[in-house]
Write a protein that binds this ligand. Structure first.
Ligand code: LMR
Length: 342
């Protein structure tokens, strides 16, 4: 009996010790002085591909570093809006942002490659660009100004919307004012080629401009059209898939390189994992959000035909040559080659 008692006590002690060894250190035990805080600022809603991926990244990083790193996510332009984010990152006031490639077009004109109309036929082609030579070349371009690109995230293909009329032919755009994302000359010229006027607006000001009628149309992805309620004030939509909205997750190079090696490894591995997840999620949300917009009954949706696409394409094709000196002939050629491959 006595032996059995000792045996049980020893088993219980061993179990407690084993449990301790496996248990993650209590997050509250992380010394506040040792805690690394990463601020991730973005402009979209939480229930969007970028919004959800930012939250997932934050959760996984906290778990995997046992609370040593806290990623604070600020959605909806609450911390910095378009036009402020990049400076905030350069000044290390935030450590992660994920703007569209278009919004980097002033600082890095080469990024406007993504804005060339009908640059990509499908997402597989987008990924061949971002994950291949084009992505590498652009990453090298962005590696200046103390910025460090960490990943390319998807949103989806952009569609045209308007409050005035259906947008089937280039002439339907004539005289209307369209909102374009900040910093991209290609996007302005895309609309001007159809005789439309453009106004560059930060994302957080778009709904109000559309609702007031000051701006009559815009281009965006399903998740943004739904989450920002653009569909409530834009009764006409053309599914044209004429451009792909891609994000670059950027950090401040000096900050990133100052992180302990083990922490940086966890962050980079988690970023790679979340990137794969985000891309799947983006496809899923675009389908889901198109279905929601359809169900709302508020939008007349026109799916562009192959014939109509050819007409738009013909008007826009000269933009490739026109922007070759801006974007770089080598990058335009790389895109042309990619387009031929599939
Ligand atoms: C927009 O400004 O329309 C988008 O780039 C917002 C975003 O980040 O998806």
């Amino acid at each position: 009996m006595k032996h059995l008692y000792f045996f049980l006590v020893i088993c219980a002690a061993a179990a407690v010790l084993a449990g301790c060894a496996k248990r993650a250190p209590d997050r509250e035990q992380v010394n506040p002085g040792e805690k690394i805080v990463i601020k991730f600022s973005h402009v979209v809603a939480e229930d969007t591909p970028k919004g959800l991926a930012a939250l997932r990244f934050a959760r996984l990083v906290e778990e995997r570093t046992n609370g040593r790193v806290e990623v604070q996510v600020f959605p909806n332009s609450v911390l910095y809006k378009d036009g402020e984010e990049l400076t905030a990152l350069e000044e290390n006031k935030v450590q992660l942002i994920a703007p569209t490639t278009s919004k980097l077009g002033e600082m890095f004109p080469e990024m406007q490659l993504f804005d060339l109309p009908y640059a990509f036929a499908d997402t597989a082609q987008v990924h061949r660009a971002t994950d291949g030579e084009i992505g590498k070349k652009l990453a090298a371009v962005m590696g200046k100004n103390n910025l460090l690109p960490l990943a390319y995230w998807d949103n989806g293909f952009k569609q045209m919307t308007s409050s005035r009329r259906r947008l089937i032919y280039p002439a339907d755009f004539y005289g209307l004012t369209f909102r374009v994302m900040i910093n991209s000359k290609v996007l302005e010229e895309q609309f001007r080629a159809f005789g439309a006027k453009t106004v560059q607006l930060p994302f957080n000001e778009v709904y109000q401009a559309l609702a007031s009628g000051a701006v009559e149309g815009q281009e965006n992805t399903m998740s943004n059209i739904l989450s920002q309620k653009f569909y409530e004030v834009q009764p006409y939509m053309t599914i044209s898939n004429h451009g792909f909205m891609c994000y670059v997750v950027l950090t401040n190079a000096q900050f990133w390189n100052s992180l302990p090696g083990d922490i940086r490894k966890i962050l980079e591995e988690t970023m790679a994992e979340v990137t794969a997840w985000e891309r799947k999620k983006a496809e899923e949300l675009n389908d889901r959000d198109l279905a929601k917009i359809k169900t709302s009954g508020k939008v007349q949706i026109h799916v562009q035909t192959e014939e109509e696409r050819k007409i738009w394409k013909k008007v826009w094709d000269p933009l490739y040559d026109r922007f070759a000196p801006v974007v770089g002939t080598d990058l335009i050629q790389a895109l042309r080659d990619l387009q031929q491959q599939s």
